[in-house]
Each structure stands twice: as structure tokens, then as C-alpha cells.
Design a protein around this ligand. Structure first.
Ligand SMILES: *[C@@H]1O[C@H](CO)[C@@H](O)[C@H](O)[C@H]1NC(C)=O
Ligand SMILES: *[C@@H]1O[C@H](CO)[C@@H](O)[C@H](O)[C@H]1NC(C)=O
Ligand SMILES: *[C@@H]1O[C@H](CO)[C@@H](O)[C@H](O)[C@H]1NC(C)=O
Ligand SMILES: *[C@@H]1O[C@H](CO)[C@@H](O)[C@H](O)[C@H]1NC(C)=O
Ligand SMILES: *[C@@H]1O[C@H](CO)[C@@H](O)[C@H](O)[C@H]1NC(C)=O
Length: 334
């Protein structure tokens, strides 16, 4: 790892304003091929709202009739009171939480692949924080309210019933074992992974930044069954260094006004501040907020290795080995 600035730069994207366009426009669909070594960052742009590349095809149609083997699950639950509070001792953890719904076969930290270089400014902006809040030694707490709506996934027997398009089958025949560039060329053209599952919905979140001493106090309080009033106090400017803006993965503009007026709290000194914790025990507010949340943002994505579909087991193994090495190298270097 090259230090926090770099890592931070790599990730901001995730929370970048989201898929204003719907999942289809973002080219996210079951069975489509994605090159996680090169184009994944661009997909990240599309997913999280940097639309400069939307005209470019970021995923490839590589499987024959994948939509026939796709199911759509309704994952809307009664979430009206489920505020999630997560403690993050470092920035990497913050990214892990943000990327919670993202899985990439062979990658332990898919967010490192999900992104292209971002400036520290873009990252802190996406997290709703001033740039200087990202300094060393700070600790974070994320309060989030998730609202997944639909999970679109392949059938469990997908790898047995789906097939690669014939052009790809021909290309694979030409790959010689031992020549790494043949694998990487194939990946650049068609993708390393295919989309096995994705979830659309939205998440509203707030990042709070603490000095270690107050973070530790808050954490101990939670371990010892912290009361709601103590929790509210620890989440207030009395203890935080920075009070991040309440923001969302989806179109946050729509929500800003609502949040500003409905999620206000007040310290005992009479200082007003905005806290997502205002949703606690307020199913009415949760329901109202839900109507302002985006139902089309991609909040989860599972990618699996395309070589699963290769008929020749030797080539399947060779391809997987080369890809695995490249993914690991990326993760180490980002
Ligand atoms: C999906 O969830 C929503 C919200 O709870 C509910 O209104 C709808 O009836 C559900 N649809 C199905 C097909 O279960
Ligand atoms: C959802 O949960 C809230 C509070 O826990 C409850 O008041 C409400 O009736 C529930 N709604 C449904 C549809 O179950
Ligand atoms: C809370 O966040 C953690 C970390 O992202 C996640 O693993 C967990 O499933 C979340 N819980 C709920 C109820 O959303
Ligand atoms: C695959 O799974 C689907 C849905 O579960 C089922 O309808 C179909 O018969 C299965 N096909 C095979 C070849 O197992
Ligand atoms: C936590 O505290 C609440 C009230 O402060 C109490 O009702 C509950 O039983 C406590 N739970 C545990 C596990 O101590």
C-alpha cells in the first residue's frame, strides 16, 4: 500500500453519486463480461455517477441468452427501524463497509479494483466530509440506512446451462497454454468476469470522524449496551471531529432539503446539527425518507470468473491462474 492518500484516491468512487441512470443504462446486466483489470474502474464511474464515460461500452455481451436464466427477487423488507452503526478504525474499513455488497471472485478487496484514481478531494466529497477530515489517525463511525429493492441473479445451475457465445469459444481455442499475453488480450477484449448477480436500491449514510480517544469511549459504550441517549450524544458534535453530511448512493439532490429539515437534532447547549440517528424509533420518518430514496442505484454486484465456462479444463485452470496473479498484483499495488 502506498499510503492513505493513494488508497483514498482509489476508492472514492464507490460512493460517488451513483447510478442516476438505471442499471440497464449503466450496462449492468446478468451474464455480461467485465474486465476487472481495465474497465472495472470505468464501470465504477458509471455506477457511481461520473458519467464522462457512459457512451463507452463497459461490459460485453459474452453469454448466449443469459436473460433466460435470470431471476429477480424482491428484497424489500420492513427495514423501517434498521439503522446500522459501524465502527471503522481506519479508512480501508470505511471502504469495506461502503463496498459491502460488492464481490469479485479472486479479489479480497474488490473496491481496490473497482476504482480508478480519484483525488482525495473527490473521495472526501463523496463521503460528505471536508478534505482535512481524511487525515492520519482519525477514526470513523458510519451510520447507514439501507434499502435494497431488487436482487437480480442467475439460476443456481447457471454455469451448467448458460454458454459462451460462439465467437468466444473460437477465441479460446486459439489460446496457447503458457503464453500469458493471450489470456490478457482475451480479457481486454471480452472480460475477466461475468456479472452473476446485482442488487438495486439505495443506501443513505453519514460518516462521523473522531479522535481516537472519543472513538474508543463510544465503542466501549456500545460494548456495554450504550443507551440511546448516550449513543445520540456520541454521534453529536460534542464528541465528533467532523460531522459528515447525510448523503446517499443515489441521487442525493432530491433528498437534501428533506434531510436538512427532518433530521435535525439539538445538543443540550442548543446547537443544531443534522444526524441520521434522528431516524431512530421513527418509522414514520423512515417511510418518508424511503419515498425520496433512489430505487435504481446499484448497491451490490457479484462478479465471477469467465473461465468457468471453458470446456477445456487445462485452459480453464491456466486462465484462472493468470487472472488470479494479475488481480493479486493490483490489490497489492493500489
Ligand atoms: C415487494 O416488496 C414491496 C414492498 O414491501 C411490496 O409492496 C410488494 O408487494 C412486493 N412484491 C412481491 C412480488 O412480493
Ligand atoms: C414495520 O416495522 C414497524 C416498526 O418496527 C412497524 O410499526 C410496522 O407495522 C412494520 N410494517 C410492516 C408492514 O410489517
Ligand atoms: C451493517 O453493516 C455491516 C457492515 O457493512 C454489514 O455487514 C451488516 O450486514 C449491516 N447490517 C444491516 C442490518 O444492514
Ligand atoms: C436450472 O434451474 C432452473 C430454475 O431453478 C430450472 O427450471 C431448470 O430446470 C434447471 N435446468 C437444469 C438443466 O437443471
Ligand atoms: C440494555 O439496556 C436496556 C435499557 O437501557 C435494557 O432494557 C436491556 O435489557 C439491556 N440489555 C442488556 C443485554 O444488558
Amino acid at each position: 500500500m502506498m499510503g492513505h492518500g493513494m488508497v483514498a484516491a482509489a476508492v472514492l468512487l464507490v460512493f460517488r453519486a451513483a447510478v442516476l441512470m438505471d442499471a440497464a443504462a449503466a450496462n449492468v446486466d446478468i451474464g455480461r463480461g467485465v474486465d476487472v483489470l481495465q474497465r472495472f474502474g470505468i464501470i465504477g464511474d458509471v455506477l457511481y455517477g461520473d458519467v464522462s464515460n457512459t457512451k463507452e461500452t463497459v461490459t460485453r455481451d459474452i453469454l448466449e441468452g443469459a436473460d433466460r436464466f435470470t431471476e429477480i427477487l424482491n428484497v424489500t423488507k420492513n427495514h423501517t427501524n434498521l439503522l446500522n452503526i459501524t465502527f471503522c478504525p481506519d479508512l480501508d474499513c470505511l471502504f469495506d463497509v461502503y463496498f459491502d455488497g460488492f464481490q469479485v471472485e479472486f479479489a479480497d478487496k474488490p473496491w481496490k479494483l473497482l476504482t480508478t484514481s480519484r483525488s482525495l478531494h473527490m473521495i472526501s466529497d463523496r463521503f460528505g466530509l471536508p478534505d482535512m477530515a481524511m487525515g492520519f489517525g482519525q477514526k470513523f463511525v458510519i451510520v447507514s440506512y439501507r434499502r435494497p429493492l431488487k436482487r437480480i441473479k442467475t439460476y443456481d445451475n447457471f454455469t451448467q446451462i448458460a454458454e459462451l457465445k460462439s465467437t468466444l469459444v473460437e477465441k479460446i481455442k486459439c489460446i496457447s497454454i503458457g503464453i500469458e499475453s493471450m489470456v490478457t488480450d482475451f480479457i481486454a477484449e471480452y472480460g475477466s468476469h461475468y456479472i452473476d448477480e446485482y442488487t438495486i436500491g439505495d443506501t443513505v449514510f453519514q460518516v462521523l470522524v473522531y479522535l481516537p480517544v472519543f472513538y474508543d469511549m463510544f465503542y466501549k459504550c456500545v460494548l456495554n449496551n450504550c443507551s440511546e441517549s448516550d449513543t445520540a450524544l456520541y454521534l453529536s458534535p460534542v464528541y465528533t471531529e467532523y460531522q459528515g453530511q447525510v448523503t446517499s448512493i443515489g441521487s442525493k439532490d432530491i433528498m437534501e432539503k428533506w434531510i436538512e429539515t427532518n433530521l435535525q437534532m439539538e445538543t443540550s447547549q442548543g446547537d443544531k446539527y443534522v444526524s441520521l440517528y434522528a431516524l431512530k424509533n421513527r418509522p414514520d420518518l423512515c417511510r418518508e425518507l424511503a419515498t425520496h430514496m433512489d430505487g435504481q442505484s446499484v448497491v451490490g454486484l457479484h462478479l465471477k470468473v469467465v473461465s468457468t465456462f471453458f470446456a477445456d479444463p487445462v485452459k480453464r485452470t491456466w486462465f484462472a491462474e493468470v487472472l488470479d496473479n494479475h488481480v493479486k498484483l493490483r490489490e497489492v499495488n493500489l
